[in-house]
Design a protein around this ligand. Sequence first.
Ligand code: ZN
Length: 239
Amino acid sequence: MLDKEFGEISISIRSNMKRITARWRNDRLVVNMPPFVPLNSIASFINENRDTLRALRNKALEKARCSVSYELEQRIPCFKGEVHITSIEYKPNFTGYKRDKDGNMFIFISSRDDISTSTKQNAISSALKALMKRTAPHVLIPYAWEIAKEIGVSPKEIVIGRGAKKLGHCTSKGVIQLSFMLMFMPEELVRYIICHELAHLTVMNHSPQFHALCNTYCNGKEKALEQMLKGFRYPLLER
Ligand SMILES: [Zn+2]
């Protein structure tokens, strides 16, 4: 079936369905309908729901534009480096990762495996996370100490926290915890998050005094960096 706005439409008959439904799949409208429904009722269904279907299509297209996907020989920028997705000799279903002694990072996928499958894409996303978890202590902690020294504050300890949701935390004992997820960010955001936590060594809450201090640590760019962090997207399929 062909619609003048939506193009070719796929129709599938579902014996378990009681009414017509529709959804977008790869920019193709798929209509599911119960058996014994006259075909012209699909056209009326589409006309009655045209505005909704159009909105759903735009949403799906927008999502596809923003969503992450990986390909062979891609280089994913991260804090102080990049991750190179490359292939190795055939090992069925293999996805591995490595950080060499010079700090070069790799995700390996087996040659002959299809990188575009969702299983492979998910495996790469997980491998990226594992790689950053492993790398964070070597890279983030020394960097955070540098910033602390530059600002002139002395945290009790700087550690990599376990979580992915909380990017940073300052305990009442003065221990700074940073998430390995910072490894996916550009340096200015990493620095901003560290400055935020270091400011908590002096002011525990988020009062105007806190922000004034944090803003000084950030060379007057706290607001701009906060906005930049809000717009940041991880190169991951899910957090
Ligand atoms: Zn805070």
